[in-house]
Every structure is written in structure tokens, then in C-alpha cells.
Design a protein around this ligand. Structure first.
Ligand SMILES: CCCCCCCCCCCCCCCCCCCCCC(=O)SCCNC(=O)CCNC(=O)[C@H](O)C(C)(C)COP(=O)(O)OP(=O)(O)OC[C@H]1O[C@@H](n2cnc3c(N)ncnc32)[C@H](O)[C@@H]1OP(=O)(O)O
Ligand SMILES: NC(=O)C1=CN([C@@H]2O[C@H](COP(=O)(O)OP(=O)(O)OC[C@H]3O[C@@H](n4cnc5c(N)ncnc54)[C@H](OP(=O)(O)O)[C@@H]3O)[C@@H](O)[C@H]2O)C=CC1
Length: 515
């Protein structure tokens, strides 16, 4: 019997961010391994014209939850969506709902966050710091609470090269930052943002670091743990390989490369691609929840959920295997043939951005204009390049994360729990994982049917022929211009023509002699 699965049985669990990428994988695993859990409360806001019920319905009817209805037939009754917006005071939760949450919750998994790198500081602080503080305040009023698990990121201290499983201080106390957001106006906040974030690359990593300090400061008498995943990739094994549902991390880049939009990217090929599968993160999170509640460690334990130190893969290996997988499973309606490379200097990056990205986009826009359509490719390309520039920080550096707590946790699990809640990334076969990643992007993000692969291949062949024709035409145009203007080019041209003529004459004469 799994101790972890048994622990969650009969429990009331509160999840924030349950509609997000990790939140959904977490809920699915909980229902699959502990179908006898009492209830999962999820804090949800209505979004894109959908009510809470519609959002829950959509999640439960998705491919990810395909098997859950069999394992846990009354899953609908076990999910209780609570209308909440983490940007509001008390999250805008009704009095009755709040009372129920306070009196019943046993475990909290705090996954909600803004993961956008370019969020204005005010918004990032509100969600990643102030909301965390408020949730801890709520948690402190829960008599039955056994554990509070906070999802942070391995990059919260990405300004350091070696990162230990400890909380590092920030130059300004989070409480002061929270207070200042109340009275400073947006213009001033924008002005001081670079000074506050210092040598971190964006407001996301900075506010996640502040969030951790808040957790440490406000969690007196509570059993708290912090999980720090690196770049969360699609599922590795469970409930099936390759599941992914957003464009974050490498997924958007894989689409852009597979569709032939992206032909080069500035990256350090030997830098570690510290990806970690979503199901691995969830397994560690659930194991940490169990350990925190049952063993009640004296201090807040931080768990690094990373792959680089145990089973490293670098960006070159990843890039090459992504490209190799495009050969096997091409994406439909590609703009150009997928063929990307890494650049390593400013000069080559700018050169290839102009030659391989902007020029083809301009040519295609001309074609759209000539055929009476609205040009849009250059705009899309510029946006893609801007977005990629925000990710560059993470693909040109390597970090070392110590994983003592994670290894300790693994060692205290029973063999059965090690199997059911596996987070031993040493067993990950990268080539298989990357292949499933590309397949998952095709199936679950692009919603492309595998039956369309022959047509996608035909399309790529047509693109290759167009590419050859275009190159030949370009060669002749350039040559023609050179011959018209330059005596040397004319001499070379006559030399080549006469050489070919002599060669052909000799060939014809020798074949006549043989006859
Ligand atoms: C050999 C060569 C091989 C090459 C082959 C390739 C090999 C692989 C190499 C891989 C290198 C990977 C590096 C990853 C490093 C990640 C590190 C993360 C580390 C931290 C991890 C964490 O701890 S934290 C979680 C991660 N957190 C993010 O990772 C958020 C990032 N992100 C944003 O911060 C916002 O995204 C940002 C950018 C502001 C833009 O913001 P933005 O508003 O301009 O753009 P949006 O993303 O919102 O998208 C707006 C609309 O464009 C649509 N769209 C977007 N991309 C599209 C696309 N590619 N194709 C079609 N459509 C696309 C989208 O669907 C929207 O459509 P609509 O408007 O209709 O909804
Ligand atoms: N994905 C990754 O690569 C990594 C993620 N992490 C961390 O893991 C956690 C989960 O990330 P991930 O699942 O990828 O993120 P997502 O962006 O997929 O999910 C974010 C979740 O937060 C919810 N949320 C955002 N704003 C509000 C709000 N105002 N009120 C209520 N809910 C809100 C979203 O709800 P809605 O659906 O309504 O928008 C969504 O459920 C985060 O804490 C993140 O920092 C750490 C390392 C890497």
C-alpha cells in the first residue's frame, strides 16, 4: 500500500492555480492515486466568458482526465470550484465559502502565479507576493491544516550560479515592496523596477524570490515546504507521455521552429537545458506534502526539482533531437522547411535574424499583398523575435542546484511510493522524452491529426522545390547583373561557356568513335 496515496485519502485539499498547466496534472494525479480523497477545493476565476462550472467541465472532459471518470466515478462531486480572484482583497471569496475553506482544509498546494516574464512589477507583486501572503494568513486560521506547499521556481535566484536549498534574502524586504505598491504610481514603479530586480532578468524571477521570503516569514507554526522546479516540460510517463497545454518554456519555440518560422536562435549549445517533466514535479510535490504533514520538519524545507545535476541534457542535444523528430512527424502547413541552428555572437544573431527571418517574412508579405491579402508575417516575426529575446537569458547560462532535500525525500519513500510517485530524473531517457515532447506539441497544442502527416510531408517537399527554384532564379538574376556590369564576370562567363562547349564536343566525339 502506498503511504502517500493513503495519506491523501479522506483529505480536503485546497489548490490554487488548478486551471494552470501544473495544477491540472496535480489534480489528475491526486484523483488517480487517491480516489478516496474527500474533496478538492479549487480557487478559480471566471475567464474568457466561461463560468467556473464550465471551466471545471472543460478540464474534466479533457484528454488528460480521460481515465479519471473510471477510477473515481464521482469526480464531479469531489471537485468544488470556489469563485476567487487572487488579485482581490480576501480573494473575493464569499463568506460561506471562506468559512467552509477555513474549517475543512487539510492541505494547501499553492500553484497560482503569473509566469509572464514581462508583467509589470505591480501585477507580479500582487499575484506572486501579496496573494501568497494573504493565502498564508488564511492558512493560519485553518485548524485542520497539516501542510502548506508552495510552488516556486528554481530560477528565483537565477542571479546566482550555485543555488542551495535555502531562502536567499532580497535587498528590499517583501513587506516594504507590498506596501510601496499601494501608494506608488505606475510611472514610478516602472522607473524603479530595474533597480529592484537588480541582476535578475525579469519581474517574474524577482517576485518569486520575494514570495519565498514571505512564505518563510509568515508561516510560523505551520508545516510548510517550497518546491522549486526548473523549466517544466510536458509529462514524461503519467497519465501518458507528452501532455502539454501552453506555449511557455520551449514549447512556443518548438512550434515556431517546426513551422519553419524560426531558423536560428541565440543559445549556448553546451549550456544545460534544465527541463523537468510536469509529472515529475507533481510527484515530488505530493511526496513533499506527505512528508511535511507527517514528519513535520522543524524548518521550511526547500526541494529543488531539477534535472541538470543528475541527468544533464544540453541545448544542442535537445535542438538536434527536436529537428530530427520534425523529420518523422512534420507539423502541418509549415511556412518554410524546419531547419534551425544556434547562433552564439551578436553579429551572427543579427545577420540571421535579417537574412533568415525578416527577409523571408517581407517577401511573403509582398506575396500576400499581391494576392489581395493583408500582410501580417513580418509583424508576427518581429513579435516572435521579441519574445525569444526574453527567453535568451535562460538558454545562455547553466546553473547548479543542490538537491540534498530532494534526495533525502526520495530515500525515505517506500519502494512502492518510489514507483508510484517517481521523481528520480536519472531514469529519464532524453531522446525518448524530447520525441514525445514534439509529438505532444503537435497533438495537444497544435491539435494536428497524425493522419495529416503524409500531406505535411508533401507540403514540405513542395517548399523544398520552391526553395531550390528560388535559389536558382536568384543566382541567375545576380549573375546576369554581374555580367552586364563587370568585365571580369563576362570573362569568367565566356570561360565557363567555352569550357562546357569543349567538354561536350569531346564527349560527343569520343562516344562517336566507340560506335
Ligand atoms: C539546433 C536548433 C534547434 C532549434 C529547435 C528548438 C529547440 C529547443 C530550444 C528551446 C529553447 C527554449 C528556451 C526556453 C527557456 C525558458 C526558460 C524558462 C525559465 C523559467 C521557468 C519558470 O520558472 S516560469 C514558467 C515559464 N514561463 C514562461 O515560459 C513564460 C514566458 N513567456 C512570456 O513571458 C510571454 O509569453 C512573453 C515572452 C512575454 C510574450 O508575451 P506576448 O503577449 O507577446 O505573447 P504570448 O505568449 O502571450 O502570446 C500571444 C499570442 O501569440 C500566440 N503565440 C505565442 N507564441 C506562439 C507561437 N510560437 N506559435 C503560434 N502562436 C504563438 C499565443 O497563443 C497568443 O495568442 P492569442 O493572442 O490569440 O491568445
Ligand atoms: N511552467 C513552468 O515552466 C514553471 C512553473 N513554475 C511554477 O509553478 C506554478 C504553476 O505554473 P504553471 O502551471 O506553469 O502556470 P500557469 O500559467 O499554467 O497557471 C497559472 C495558474 O494561476 C492562476 N491564476 C493566475 N492569476 C490568477 C488570479 N488573479 N486569480 C486566480 N487564479 C489565478 C491561473 O488561473 P487562470 O486559468 O484563471 O488564468 C492558472 O490556474 C507557478 O507558481 C510557477 O511559478 C515554476 C517553474 C517552472
Amino acid at each position: 500500500m502506498s503511504m502517500i496515496a493513503a495519506f491523501y485519502g479522506g483529505k480536503s485539499i485546497l489548490i490554487t492555480g488548478a486551471t494552470g498547466f501544473l495544477g491540472k496534472v496535480l489534480m489528475e494525479k491526486l484523483f488517480r492515486t487517491s480516489p478516496d480523497l474527500k474533496i478538492i477545493y479549487i480557487l478559480v476565476r471566471s475567464k474568457a466568458g466561461q463560468t467556473l462550472q464550465q471551466r471545471v467541465f472543460q478540464i474534466l472532459n479533457s484528454k488528460l482526465f480521460e481515465n479519471i471518470k473510471e477510477i473515481c466515478p464521482n469526480v464531479h462531486e469531489k471537485i468544488r470550484p470556489i469563485s476567487a480572484d487572487l488579485n482581490q482583497h480576501d480573494f473575493g471569496i464569499s463568506k460561506e465559502d471562506m468559512e467552509e475553506l477555513l474549517s475543512s482544509t487539510n492541505i494547501i498546494f499553492h500553484c497560482a502565479a503569473t509566469v509572464r516574464f514581462d508583467d509589470p512589477l505591480r501585477h507580479a507583486v500582487q499575484l506572486n507576493v501579496t496573494a501568497t501572503q494573504q493565502l498564508l494568513l488564511m492558512a493560519s486560521q485553518m485548524p485542520k491544516l497539516e501542510a502548506f506547499i508552495h510552488l516556486s521556481t528554481a530560477f528565483s535566484n537565477c542571479n546566482l550560479k550555485h543555488i542551495d536549498e535555502v531562502i536567499y534574502p532580497c535587498s528590499v524586504e517583501p513587506k516594504k515592496i507590498i506596501d510601496s505598491m499601494e501608494w506608488l504610481d505606475d510611472a514610478i514603479i516602472d522607473e524603479i523596477t530595474p533597480k529592484l530586480i537588480g541582476d535578475r532578468p525579469n519581474t517574474y524571477t524577482y517576485t518569486k524570490a520575494l514570495g519565498e521570503i514571505v512564505v518563510q516569514q509568515e508561516s510560523e507554526n505551520m508545516n510548510v515546504a517550497i518546491i522549486r522546479p526548473s523549466i517544466v516540460g510536458p509529462t514524461w510517463q503519467e497519465p501518458f507521455p507528452g501532455w502539454v497545454d501552453n506555449l511557455n518554456g520551449p514549447s512556443g519555440i518548438i512550434i515556431a521552429a517546426g513551422k519553419g518560422f524560426l531558423r536560428s536562435i541565440r543559445a549556448t549549445p553546451t549550456a544545460v537545458a534544465d527541463l523537468i517533466p510536469a509529472d515529475t514535479v507533481v510527484n515530488l510535490t505530493l511526496a513533499a506534502g506527505w512528508y511535511t504533514a507527517v514528519h513535520r520538519p522543524k524548518s521550511t524545507l526547500i526541494y529543488h526539482c531539477t534535472s541538470g545535476n543528475l541527468n544533464p541534457c544540453n541545448w544542442l542535444k535537445m535542438g538536434l533531437h527536436v529537428l530530427a523528430t520534425f523529420e518523422k512527424v512534420p507539423f502541418e502547413k509549415a511556412f518554410r522547411r524546419p531547419n534551425a541552428d544556434f547562433t552564439t555572437t551578436n553579429f551572427t544573431t543579427h545577420y540571421w535574424n535579417a537574412v533568415s527571418h525578416r527577409v523571408p517574412a517581407i517577401i511573403y508579405d509582398c506575396y500576400l499583398r499581391l494576392t489581395g491579402r493583408k500582410p501580417r508575417v513580418l509583424k508576427l516575426m518581429n513579435r516572435l523575435l521579441r519574445n525569444i529575446s526574453m527567453l535568451e537569458y535562460f538558454i545562455n547560462r547553466s546553473w547548479e542546484w543542490s538537491t540534498h532535500n530532494t534526495e533525502m525525500l526520495m530515500s525515505v519513500l517506500s519502494p512502492e511510493d518510489q514507483r508510484i510517485f517517481n521523481f528520480d530524473v536519472r531514469q529519464l531517457n532524453w531522446l525518448e522524452y524530447i520525441e514525445n515532447y514534439v509529438l505532444g506539441v503537435k497533438k495537444y497544442l497544435l491539435k494536428e491529426d497524425m493522419a495529416g502527416i503524409p500531406e505535411a510531408r508533401q507540403h514540405l517537399k513542395r517548399l523544398r522545390n520552391i526553395h531550390y527554384l528560388f535559389n536558382i532564379a536568384l543566382f541567375f538574376i545576380i549573375w546576369r547583373l554581374l555580367v552586364a556590369r563587370w568585365q571580369m564576370a563576362r570573362n569568367v562567363w565566356f570561360f565557363i561557356v567555352s569550357f562546357c562547349y569543349k567538354f561536350l564536343s569531346y564527349f560527343r566525339a569520343s562516344s562517336t568513335l566507340k560506335l
